[in-house]
Write a protein that binds this ligand. Structure first.
Ligand SMILES: [Ca+2]
Ligand SMILES: [Ca+2]
Length: 170
């Protein structure tokens, strides 16, 4: 009868969604988007707070991550596809703050495996550009530019998926 079928149907539907969500989202904490072995978080949509590069790095570190590290074209395409929402050039973790013209990722451990500089970048304009943002505009979409570190921009954080720092937050 209906009174027996309905509860089991509800259980079945709940079970289905719980499995779906655990498979779909288990490897990234809430608010983070997974791509391969990394989780990314995008900050700075329309009314969101923006920040200079140092602020952005501190913010990402407070979440147990760091500014975004991008290791290949696939990751760059993934990240760039979300910049349409942010609309402005967006901080990633690359800088030459320690040694001029030697670019390094802000997490201090990731080697620089890939870059996607826009034409004639990095140009260290006015001798005063040390932090790297990704273009969101239609024309330069996804390419990189060294720029002044104290500009306020949206930013992207990363965590490595499957590390203990992520598991403890689940
Ligand atoms: Ca520079
Ligand atoms: Ca530049």
């Amino acid at each position: 009868t209906n009174s027996k079928v309905l509860p089991s149907l509800v259980c079945y539907v709940l079970y289905f969604f719980s499995v779906y969500y655990s498979l779909r989202f288990s490897s990234s904490p809430v608010g983070w988007l997974r791509f391969n072995n990394k989780c990314f978080m995008f900050k700075g949509k329309k009314n969101d707070i923006k920040g200079n590069w140092s602020y952005a790095r501190s913010w990402c570190r407070e979440q147990g991550g760091d500014l975004a590290v991008i290791d290949d074209q696939y990751e760059n395409d993934f990240v760039a596809s979300y910049l349409r929402d942010l609309e402005l050039p967006t901080w990633i973790g690359l800088s030459d703050l320690l040694v001029e013209n030697q670019y390094a990722w802000s997490d201090g451990v990731s080697p620089v495996l890939y870059t996607n500089w826009n034409d004639k970048e990095p140009n260290n304009a006015n001798g005063d550009e040390g932090c790297v943002s990704m273009h969101a505009s239609r024309m330069f979409h996804g390419t990189w530019n060294d720029t002044k570190c104290d500009l306020e921009k949206p930013y992207i954080c990363k965590k490595t998926s499957g590390t203990s720092s992520i598991r403890t937050e689940l």
